[in-house]
Design a protein around this ligand. Structure first.
Ligand SMILES: [Zn+2]
Length: 121
């Protein structure tokens, strides 16, 4: 088996309304880079599943960076889909990832309905 590595893992929600925004954004941001992609309802809402996918990406492709994208009006969160809740869950995921993989760079984004990517610090 050959070794094939990539730069990053992208995690985002399945919601079709945001896929074009995400693709365009990634095309610019990762112009000369490669990435694995996980699409899962609610993005990191189910952290166990996302951590499992991350483990595989780390093991197989030796990624250096993780980009977590949550979005406005997320059906997986329903009434709990507030900016604060998404920011909180993104930070929770970042913390867990960095606990297990301290060398991974984790970037967090909240994607608005109009396609604006807001970085969560
Ligand atoms: Zn969603």
């Amino acid at each position: 088996m050959s070794t094939h590595i990539c730069d990053a893992l992208i995690v985002a929600c399945i919601d079709f309304r945001f896929q074009k925004y995400i693709q365009n954004w990634l095309t610019k941001k990762f112009k000369n880079k490669t990435y694995d992609y996980v699409g899962f309802a609610g993005s990191t809402k189910n952290l166990d599943i996302i951590m499992n996918q991350l483990d595989i990406s780390v093991r197989l492709h030796h990624i250096k960076q993780v980009i977590l994208i949550h979005h406005e009006d997320c059906g997986a969160y329903g009434k709990e889909s507030t900016h604060d809740r998404h920011a909180k869950d993104l930070k929770k995921a970042e913390k867990l990832i960095n606990k297990k993989y301290p060398d991974l760079k984790v970037d967090l984004y909240y994607l608005h309905l109009d396609g604006e990517f807001e970085e969560i610090k």
